[in-house]
Design a protein around this ligand. Sequence first.
Ligand SMILES: [Zn+2]
Length: 118
Amino acid sequence: MGTLETLYCLRCNRELEAGHKSVAVYMFAQTVGIRPRQKSAAQRICFCPQCSVSLALGPPPEGALNIAAWKMIRDLVSTDPALNEAAWESLRGVVGYLPTGEDDRGLRIASGGGYFEF
Ligand SMILES: [Zn+2]
């Protein structure tokens, strides 16, 4: 804790700088009914606001763990519009960076994974 690690959105691989708006999913495993009780290190998985909203609005993913994470993110997205607003904020930011030339990297980032299809 407290270390400055670079985090990337699990879905679109966008770099999430410290202090940027994102959704973090923490996960750890713990033994139950077994002595001594063991607890794994916690893993942190991050999603940028757009991917969070897009995931929440999309169909449930495959796999029990994915569904558990999807339900949690869905919960966040549906409870308060703040996350949606953050997604739109950063979407406007991405649009502002769209290149006009041959390089379509910006476009690929904006449409990576097929989120926010218009
Ligand atoms: Zn993302």
